[in-house]
Structure formats: C-alpha cells, structure tokens
Design a protein around this ligand. Structure first.
Ligand code: ZN
Ligand code: MN
Length: 439
C-alpha cells in the first residue's frame, strides 16, 4: 500500500499590539476590561460612521512583510467589505483586504532537526479588523464588541508543511519573530495569534495537490472565486473605505526600523563570537536577551563563551523569576560584564559573583560599590593567608601529626578550615599552596 503524506497550509491571524484599534481611537487591549467598554460608533458600525486608518497598523504590518521577505510591498492596497454574518460582527461585513493586499510573495524559513530548513512560502499578507466575541450563558447568547476593530494581519502559507511537527515549529518561530519585531504580544491563550490549517493528503511522491473545499454553501470552487471576485470589484468602488497608501519615503522610514532577524542573528553569534549552536539558539530566542548578550560580551575583555555561560545559567534564572525582558533588569549588561571580570581576575570567588548578581538586581547598585561596602573581595594576599594558616595549624596539632605520618588527604581538611576562618573568601588555591609550604 502506498504511503500518504500530509499537505498542510496555514492561515494565521495576528493581533497587532497597537494602542488603538484599526479605524477608531478605542483601546485595542481589552483583556482586563468589562464587556462593551471599548467601543464607539465606528467599531460597532453605526450608520454614517467613517473609518480613519491607524498608521501604526500599517507600520507594523510592513515590518512583518519585510521580515518574511515579501517580494512586493504595495504602494497602494485596498480594503474590501467581506460580507458574512457572524453574530458578533455588527456591520454584516468585515473590513479586510482581499484582491489587492498589502504584500505578496514572501517566505519564512523553519530550522528542522539535523540542520535542514523547511521553507514556508507566504503568497499573501493582508490587514483586516477583528470581530467581537459571543458567550453562551444557559440559553442566552451574550455579545461583547470590545474586540471589534482590533487590527489583525492575516498571513497565509502555501501548502508547504508536511507534518504536525512542522506546524508547531512554524508557530513557535512566528511567535518568536512577532515578539522580536515588537509588533504583537503573540499570546495564543489570549487569541493574539490564531491559526487555521487546511489539510489534504496524497500518496507520497506525487506532485498533485488534491482539492480541499473549505468554503461552505457554494457548489463549486470556481463559483466561489467568481462570486468573491465580482463582489470585491464591486465593493472596491465604494467610497467609504480608505486605501492604504504607502509612500516610498514612509516605507523607507518604516524599514529603517527592521532589525536583524532571529535566524541571521543566530548564525552571526556562531560565526562572530564562536558560540556553540546550542548557546546561539537560546540567546536569540528573544530579541532583548540577544541584545543583552551582545552588550555584555562587548564590555567583557575575555571570551564571549564565558558571558554566554553566565547568561544561560544565572541571568536567565533571574529573568524567569522577575518575569521581565532581559533589557528591563536592574542588572545591566555592563554590571554583568564587570562581575564576570572580577571573577576572572580572581578578585572575588565565583559564588560571591553569583550572590552579587542577585544583590545588583535587587538594589540596582554598581557591583564595585557592593564589593567594597561588604568587603566581599577574595583574600588572595599570600602574607595574610599565611598568617591565618599558621593559626589554623597551631590549634590542630593532632591533625598535623596524622598528616606528617602519611595521611596527606588531610590537606583538604586544612584548606577547609582556612576557608571557614575567612567566611569563604580565601582564594582556595593560594590557601592550599601556603598550607603545603607550612606543613
Ligand atoms: Zn471604536
Ligand atoms: Mn481573516
């Protein structure tokens, strides 16, 4: 029997994190607010209300289009009325782009296990408004219009994905990119990133795409296409929807804000800093963290890998505990670099360094001040350690006997005593050397 493969295309809806909605001044984020408190005549579609386009929506959508390498970001794109009647859409139509969308012809590369890439093509990316929500309470249906007019980008992939794992990878990488660009919080639990999948199957090795019929209530796909095209052309002539006019100067200004993308940065971290792939992957998981690493590595005089170790082990834990982005920590990259510098120069012990991370994060004070104030500096002065070691030996004559009669493992015990005397701040290697001399 022939094997079958899955052919999967995704349609994602991305909620942009603008302050206000797409065509009015109402607040976009209603997560904490009671139903129907962020609405106005425009987003509830009262007769005569005219939409005015929020420029921030265009700017964020253009950044995403550029980040997925869109061949064409159109200087002029249009909205249409998409007629359908879910109960939470008060106007009977959704304002969406259809035949002339903001961008076309992009792609999005997904790293797969073993270093392979899967390329998801993005034939089309467009801007539209969200609908409201319905809630069922017993036999009553309640409607909340707060989400009406919340700006969305709809991004559709070609039938390029081949497994559920690839779909998961796509969503993970897309969420990373949206947060990286700062255009969406992409919290799936809050509906800020939603995904529909179109699936068909075919015998493995065939090129043919089997039809998928997802549009309901019409008897052929051709009829649907013709009907929508005719509808689109008719509606585009209606005067109450502003087009998106993207002048080249504005577009250039938006694209100046396009950062280096996650996969490019990951590659550069490996090549430029000599980091293992594993480190580069973790450090570029989130943009703020990757910038934090670069700043810390830039102010540290030693190997970048040392900075990476501190970040992955200790700073990431702080970040998780605090629940904020790396860039929002009180422990700045400069502070971190300075602490690692002191540990590398053996001015303080590694465990003091780790304590310092916490203290700097809690107080926002410079590590040098804290070291001075609390006398945390490591005791590496040989003369004073020798003095201390003498005292330790004097009060333990029996152990000296044992040591001298051959039980040399006692050296470690003596080092332990010196460490205890100094509250852990003696340089253990110098303490060991001094004790060996004296014994
Ligand atoms: Zn409104
Ligand atoms: Mn849509």
């Amino acid at each position: 029997m022939a094997d079958y493969e899955a052919i999967i295309g995704l349609e994602t809806h991305i909620q942009l994190n603008t302050v206000s909605k797409i065509f009015c001044g109402c607040k976009t984020d209603s997560w904490q607010d009671p139903p129907n408190t962020n609405i106005c005549p425009i987003c509830t579609g009262l007769p005569g209300a005219l939409p005015a386009l929020n420029q921030a929506v265009v700017e964020k959508a253009v950044l995403l289009a550029a980040a997925v390498h869109a061949e064409e970001i159109r200087p002029r794109s249009y909205f249409a009325h998409k007629n359908y009647f879910p109960p939470a859409l008060p106007r009977v139509y959704q304002i969406s782009q259809y035949g002339e969308p903001l961008a076309r012809g992009g792609f999005f590369d997904l790293p797969l296990p073993g270093g392979r890439l899967r390329r998801g093509t993005i034939p089309k990316l467009h801007v539209e408004e969200d609908a409201g929500k319905t809630l069922h309470r017993g036999d009553r249906r309640l409607i909340d219009f707060n989400r009406c007019g919340v700006p969305l980008v709809e991004m559709v992939t070609g039938p390029d994905l081949r497994s559920a794992d690839e779909v998961a990878q796509y969503l993970i990488r897309l969420r990373q990119l949206l947060r990286w660009l700062g255009i969406s919080d992409a919290d799936m639990e809050r509906g800020q990133l939603r995904c529909d999948a179109n699936v068909s199957i075919r015998p493995a090795g065939q090129d043919r795409l089997n039809p998928k019929t997802e549009i309901k209530n019409v008897n052929s796909i051709t009829n649907v296409r013709d009907a929508l095209q005719a509808e689109f052309e008719r509606q585009i002539r209606e005067p109450d929807l502003p087009p998106i006019v993207l002048e080249s100067e504005w577009k250039a200004r938006i694209l100046q804000g396009l950062p280096e993308l996650p996969l490019e940065r990951r590659r550069r971290f490996v090549e430029h800093y000599g980091l293992p792939e594993y480190d580069a992957e973790i450090l570029t998981d989130e943009r703020s963290l990757s910038e934090y690493f670069e700043q810390a590595a830039g102010s540290f005089s030693g190997e970048p890998k040392i900075v990476s170790n501190w970040l992955m082990n200790d700073v990431l834990r702080l970040i998780r505990e605090q629940g904020r982005a790396a860039g929002a920590l009180q422990l700045t990259p400069g502070h971190l670099a300075r602490i690692i510098e002191m540990v590398s120069a053996r001015q303080i012990t590694a465990s003091t360094g780790k304590e310092l991370l916490e203290q700097v994060e809690a107080s926002g004070r410079a590590p040098d001040d804290l070291v001075k104030e609390q006398a945390l500096a490591q005791l590496s002065d040989e003369a004073s350690l020798r003095e201390l070691a003498r005292g330790v030996l004097q009060s333990n004559p029996q152990q000296i006997e044992l040591y001298r009669s051959g039980k040399t493992t006692l050296l470690g015990w003596f080092v332990g005593q010196v460490m205890r005397e100094t509250g852990g701040q003696a340089d253990p290697q110098i303490a060991r050397k001094v004790l060996q001399d004296l014994l």
